[in-house]
Design a protein around this ligand. Structure first.
Ligand code: ATP
Length: 687
């Protein structure tokens, strides 16, 4: 319920003016130009009007008291409306609700609900929910009493919606549609952004996936390489180490052997230096032997002579020629044998035997006169014995020299053999050293080769752990290692900046996609809401409109004393708001269009429509500014009667000059223009 209106600095109300509104009809009267319509303007302004023209001003600051010749102007216009909410009829949980609006001369506006500053929008919403609007029916301005007839079908529909409580739905629908439009635009914008991003993203995704694949391949390759190079390097290191050890051992052995070679050569030289002086002694010995031989020849000659003498001595003794022949022959053979004898002793023995044979042959018994011969023989025998002894001594010496030479030669041979053996062993060691050095070089070459492979693979030797045992790569794994290298080479290098770009674009894309998804959901929700609101605005509205149509017929009949009237909905295009048209058959008149009605008839039809809407769905209050102006006495009375009836359902604030209307008032206010050119309120409470 409307409780109170306070004005201050508003238009002609320079001073504070307060109007209390009881239930029923409050009528405001006063002379022309006293400020009655300014009160209606205050209502309109409080209900959320923004257009200065609708408030009868050029600009919103024109609402501020401009001053008169006797009153200076003010800086702030203010109006407030107090609503009783003890029956919770208003859409706020307060027992009393105050709506206040201010505007300063510099155009600054403020809105308050219960002294809390709010937005204009909040005020508009509050009244829309309360089925109070400024569209022309809850607040009918001066000269607008026939607006229901005058306006277009669509405007009529909107007017009806306002009074019948659909304005909130309409606002919500408009708002939802606007939001849906923006949402769809945003969605389209985002979708087109997403579409724009997609080709680049596809490329980047491919690169990223290749990069990820590359990373995995690289990891696998590293493991295989670590095993491969680890095994190879460890093998090389171990091989090289073994060779080094072998070289050390060989070096030591070579040195030792070289020493041994020297030692043996020195020993040989020493032995050679000890070579016995056998040759000179031997030649002395041979000379002595020769002398002895010559002496032997001399004896043989002497022996020959002796034989000749023996022959002379034996003339008287007949020697058979045959025996002599045998004797000579045997002597000769014995002497030849003796000459072949190597020893002097042998020669002597043979000569002795021959002499005995000769003696035996010649003298079966030795003759006494052969004494001299025998002496000579004895002498020869002694000489031969001497020669034999000498020859024996020489032979002993010869034996001794031979033994010395044999011993020397044996030693030399032994020393040479030893030296040669040592040299051979040394040479063999040298050969072995050469082989091992080649082996060392081979390990070095292998190491270099592996280092080359490492460099080719872009690996550093420090990365390879050779402290652990590695299995050699199986041929399948070796092939895998090569295949991985080929695959990586095919993929090629992926720039880090590309991956960064890919991540950034991906996250931007995901954000936008999420946003698009949210917008899509939101547009779905809005569509559902719009559909719901559309249903309310069509189905529910049609129900109410039909009820209003029935009441319209009744009120027209009442106001015109007969006739027929009804409201019909246009065949609206889909999604467009279907307009409302009114058909009126006045009594005693042919069916005419609304356009041909007289001014008073127009007002009556409009008021009948207003009353029918109030009857179906009474708003909390109505402000009517001289809507009865065009009515004649009889119709004014009818109007006042209906007003009085409907005031049981709704509160009326009516500005009028009409006596009948004044008579319907429960409270009467008089507005006067003071001498200083400002408006004043006089309360003339009737009840
Ligand atoms: P009618 O019966 O002729 O309709 P009314 O009582 O409705 O008259 P209003 O139109 O409410 O009269 O008042 C108009 C008066 O208010 C004018 O005299 C006008 O000068 C005055 N007025 C309007 N705006 C201002 C303002 N900002 N400052 C001072 N006076 C103003």
């Amino acid at each position: 319920m409307l409780t109170r209106l306070s004005l201050s600095g508003f238009k002609s109300f320079a001073d504070k003016a307060v109007l209390e509104f009881p239930r029923g009809v409050s009528v405001i009267v006063g002379p022309n130009g006293s400020g009655k319509s300014n009160v209606v303007d205050a209502f309109r302004w409080l209900l959320g009007e923004r257009d200065a023209a609708h408030l009868r001003g050029a600009k919103i600051e024109d609402l501020v008291f401009a001053g008169t010749s006797l009153r200076s102007r003010v800086g702030l216009a203010q109006a407030s409306l107090v609503l009783d909410n003890s029956d919770n009829a208003w859409p706020l949980q307060f027992p009393e609700i105050q709506i206040k609006r201010q505007v300063s001369r510099d155009g600054e506006s403020h809105y308050f609900i219960n002294e809390n500053e709010v937005r204009l929008r909040d005020v508009q919403d509050f009244f829309a929910k309360s089925r109070i609007g400024n569209r022309g029916l809850t607040l009918v301005g001066q000269g607008n009493s026939d607006s229901f007839v005058r306006v277009s079908n669509l405007e009529r529909r909107l007017m009806m919606e306002e009074v019948l409580g659909f304005k909130d739905y309409r606002n919500k629908k408009n708002e939802s549609e606007a939001r849906l439009k923006t949402t769809k635009e945003n969605l389209e914008r985002i979708n087109s952004l997403l579409r724009e991003m997609e080709p680049r993203l596809r490329i980047l995704r491919k690169q990223t996936s290749e990069w990820e694949k590359r990373d995995e391949l690289l990891k696998e390759l590293r493991i295989l390489e670590n095993q491969f190079f680890g095994y190879e390097l460890r093998t090389i290191e171990r091989g090289a180490k073994e060779v080094e050890l072998e070289i050390d051992v060989l070096k030591a052995a070579l040195e030792k052997e070289w020493h041994r070679v020297h030692l043996h050569e020195k020993t040989l030289r020493g032995i050679e230096d000890e070579r016995p002086e056998v040759h000179r002694n031997m030649s002395d010995l041979l000379k002595a032997k020769e002398i002895l031989m010559r002496k032997q020849a001399l004896i043989e000659r002497e022996l020959g002579r002796l034989e000749a003498r023996i022959e002379l001595m034996g003339k008287d003794q007949e020697i058979k020629a045959e025996d002599a022949h045998v004797l000579i022959h045997e002597s000769r053979r014995a002497l030849e044998t003796a000459l072949n004898e190597s020893t002097m002793h042998g020669i002597q023995r043979v000569i002795k035997t021959i002499l005995l044979e000769i003696e035996h042959a010649l003298y079966k018994e030795p003759r006494v006169d052969s004494k001299g011969i025998l002496n000579a023989k004895k002498k020869y025998e002694e000489t031969i014995a001497g020669l034999e002894a000498e020859l024996e001594a020489i032979q002993e010496k010869e034996k001794e020299y031979n033994a010395l030479l044999i011993n020397f030669n044996t030693r030399v041979r032994e020393a040479v053999r030893e030296a040669e053996n040592a040299r051979l062993f040394h040479t063999r060691l040298l050969d072995k050293e050469r082989t091992v050095l080649i082996e060392k070089a081979r390990w070095g070459y292998k190491h270099k080769e592996i280092c080359g492979h490492l460099a080719q693979a872009g690996r550093n030797i420090d990365e390879i752990d050779t402290t652990i045992m590695h299995e050699p790569l199986s041929s399948a794994l070796f092939q895998r290692m090569h295949a991985l290298r080929n695959e990586l080479a095919r993929i090629g290098a992926v720039e880090e900046s590309t991956i960064k770009e890919a991540n950034e674009l991906e996250s931007k894309y995901m954000d936008l996609a999420r946003e698009a998804h949210d917008l899509h959901d939101a547009s779905g929700d809005l569509s559902v809401l719009i559909e719901d609101l559309t249903k309310k605005l069509s189905r529910d509205f049609v129900k109410k409109m039909n009820a209003v149509s029935v009441a319209f017929d009744r009120y027209c009949n009442h106001m015109f004393g007969g006739g027929k009237a009804r409201l019909l909905m246009d065949e609206g295009e889909e999604n467009a708001i279907a307009g409302i048209r009114a058909e009126v058959d006045l009594p005693r008149k042919k069916t005419q269009g609304l356009e041909s009605l007289s001014g008073g008839e127009r007002s009556l039809v409009s008021l009948a429509a207003l009353f029918s809407m109030i009857a179906v769905n009474p708003p909390p209050f109505l402000i009517l500014d001289e809507v009865d102006a065009a009515l004649d006495e009889k119709n004014a009375r009818r109007f006042a009667g209906v007003l009085r009836d409907l005031s049981l359902k709704t509160q009326f604030v009516v500005v009028t000059h009409n006596r009948s209307t004044m008579e319907a008032a429960h409270v009467l206010y008089g507005v006067t223009m003071d001498k200083d050119g400002t408006s004043r309120i006089l309360s003339l409470r009737l009840e």
